[in-house]
Design a protein around this ligand. Structure first.
Ligand code: FAD
Length: 414
C-alpha cells in the first residue's frame, strides 16, 4: 500500500517505521525543519537543552517495546521531589520510601503519617503490569479526584503543583486516572533523561527508517481518506494517517476530534547559567505556593546535575506554566528565584528562554485511553497523544492502535 503519514513527531515516526517494515511504501510529511515534534532539544554551546522539562519513564511498556534505552545513555533522576514554600523558605522532601528507604522519615516529616499512608495506598493500587488500567473507565478530573482522596490541605497544594507541572494545566481538568497512571509510572520505574536530550528518543526511531520518503518543511494543508494536499496540489495514497497535534487535527477535521479550546497549555522555561549549582541533586524543586501572590515559577531543575556540562557550567531551568507563560519577564523570574536561593542568583546570566504553545492536548474525562475515541474518522487514520493520553506512552499507544487497525505488527526494536 501507498501510505501517507502526516506529522513527524513520535507517533508519526512509529507508524512510518511499522508500515515500512511491513513492506509498505511510506511518505512522511513534516511541517517543520526537523523530526521529533514536541520532543525537542536545542543545542546551546554544543550541549543539549530540552525545550520544556521532559523525562522518559522506564516503566512505560511501550518504551520497553520501541526504544533502546542503553543507546540513549540515560541517567535517572532521584526518586524524590523537593518542594519549597518561598514565603518561608521551608523545604520538604517527598520520596519513594519503598524504593529508597532513606526517604521514609523525611517524607513522613513532610506530609505526616496519615498522608504517608495515603501515598502508600495510592502506590499499592497502581499496577506495574498495566499502568493504564484505570484509564479504561471515565473518572473525575484531577482537581476533583485529589479532593476526594482526603489529603491534608498542605499535601494537596504540593500535589496540585506537581500535576500542574505534569499536565501543564493549572485547572487540573485532566482525568484523575491519568494522575494514577503517572503515579504508577513514577512508582514502578525510573524517570530518566537521555544524554543528548529528549529529542534523542524520536530521533532513534527516525534513524531506523530505511525506505520511507521523509519530506521536511512540508506543511500539509488538507487530508481526505486518499489525498494529501500540499501547496494546493493533491497527492493520492491508499491510506492517510494524520499524526499531528490536537489543534492541527481540529483544524483539518472540524468537529471530529473534540471541540476547539482557546486554552493552549503553554509552558516556558527560563534557563540561566550559574557559577555554582544552587542544589546538587538531580531532582525537581517544586513551588508549593505556585499561583499564589504572583509566584510564577512552578519548578526548577538543573539538567547539568545529571549530565554535566563539559565546561563545568551549571544550567538552572525555571519552568512556568499557563496561558501567560509566554509573557515572561526575566528580571521578575530572577527576583522570584532570589526568594528561593538568595542573592547568589544575581550572578546568574540568561542562557535561553523557550516556549511551547499547544504543549499538551485537552482530553475529555469521559474519554477512554485504549478503546475510545475511534482510530478512523471518515476513512482517515488518527494518531497522536490526543487520541489516548498526553504522554510518551499514550503517543506510542496511539501509533500501535493505528498499526493494529492496519493489521501491522509492532516492529521489534533492535
Ligand atoms: C514541554 C513538554 C513536556 C513533556 N513532558 C513529558 C514527560 O515528561 N513525559 C511524557 O511521557 N510525556 C511528556 N510530554 C508529552 C509528549 O512529548 C507528547 O505526548 C508527544 O511528544 C506527542 O507526540 P505526537 O507525535 O503525538 O505529536 P507531536 O510531537 O506534536 O508531532 C506532531 C508533528 O506534526 C507536525 N505537523 C503539524 N502540523 C503539520 C502539518 N500541517 N503538516 C505536516 N506536519 C505537521 C509537527 O511539526 C510535529 O512534528 C511532554 C510534552 C511537552 C510539550
Amino acid at each position: 500500500m501507498k501510505i501517507a503519514v502526516v506529522g513527524g513527531g513520535l507517533a508519526g515516526l512509529a507508524i512510518a517505521l511499522g508500515c515500512e517494515k511491513n513492506g509498505h511504501d511510506v511518505t512522511l510529511f513534516e511541517a517543520s525543519t526537523e523530526l521529533g515534534g514536541r520532543m525537542k532539544t536545542l543545542r546551546e554551546g554544543n550541549h543539549p537543552l530540552d525545550v520544556g522539562f521532559h523525562v522518559l519513564h522506564t516503566a512505560y511498556s511501550t518504551v520497553k517495546d520501541w526504544i533502546d534505552l542503553d543507546a540513549l545513555h540515560i541517567k535517572p533522576m532521584d526518586a524524590c521531589t523537593m518542594t519549597i514554600a518561598p514565603s518561608t523558605g521551608r523545604r520538604r522532601l517527598l520520596g519513594d520510601a519503598l524504593r529508597s528507604p532513606q526517604y521514609l522519615f523525611p517524607t513522613l516529616k513532610s506530609v505526616g503519617v496519615f498522608d504517608g499512608l495515603r501515598f502508600l495506598r495510592w502506590r499499592m493500587r497502581t499496577s506495574a503490569r498495566d499502568l493504564e488500567r484505570d484509564m479504561d473507565e471515565p473518572t473525575p478530573s484531577i482537581a476533583e479526584g485529589l479532593h476526594q482522596r482526603n489529603f491534608r490541605p498542605s499535601t494537596q497544594r504540593v500535589l496540585r503543583s506537581l500535576f500542574t507541572g505534569i499536565t501543564l494545566d493549572p485547572t487540573l481538568s485532566e482525568r484523575i486516572a491519568f494522575a494514577d497512571f503517572t503515579w504508577g509510572a513514577m512508582s514502578h520505574g525510573k524517570m530518566v533523561m537521555p544524554r543528548d536530550g529528549i529529542a534523542a528518543v524520536p530521533h532513534q526511531l527516525a534513524a531506523r527508517l530505511r525506505s520511507t520518503e521523509v519530506r521536511l518543511n512540508t506543511p500539509v494543508e488538507a487530508v481526505t481518506k486518499s489525498n494529501v494536499v500540499v501547496n494546493g496540489q493533491k497527492e493520492v495514497f491508499d491510506r492517510v494517517v494524520l499524526a499531528v497535534p490536537q489543534h492541527v487535527a481540529q483544524r483539518m477535521l472540524p468537529g471530529s476530534v473534540g471541540e476547539h479550546r482557546p486554552n493552549e497549555r503553554r509552558t516556558t522555561t527560563v534557563v540561566f547559567v550559574a557559577p555554582e549549582a544552587p542544589f546538587k541533586q538531580a531532582r525537581l524543586l517544586l513551588n508549593e505556593e505556585w499561583g499564589e501572590n504572583s509566584h510564577r515559577v512552578l519548578h526548577v531543575h538543573l539538567p547539568t546535575n545529571l549530565h554535566p556540562h563539559p565546561d563545568g557550567h551549571h544550567w538552572v531551568v525555571a519552568t512556568l506554566v499557563g496561558e501567560d507563560a509566554e509573557e515572561v519577564d526575566v528580571e521578575a523570574v530572577k527576583a522570584e528565584l532570589i526568594e528561593w536561593f538568595g542573592a547568589s542568583v544575581n550572578q546568574w546570566s540568561l542562557l535561553a528562554t523557550t516556549t511551547v504553545r499547544h504543549a499538551l492536548p485537552h482530553i475529555d474525562p469521559q474519554h477512554h485511553a485504549r478503546t475510545l475515541p475511534e482510530v478512523e474518522i471518515d476513512g482517515i487514520l488518527l494518531a497522536g497523544d490526543h487520541r489516548t493520553h498526553p504522554s510518551v506512552q499514550g503517543t506510542l499507544r496511539s501509533a500501535e492502535r493505528v498499526l493494529k487497525h492496519l493489521d501491522i505488527p509492532v516492529p521489534r526494536r533492535p
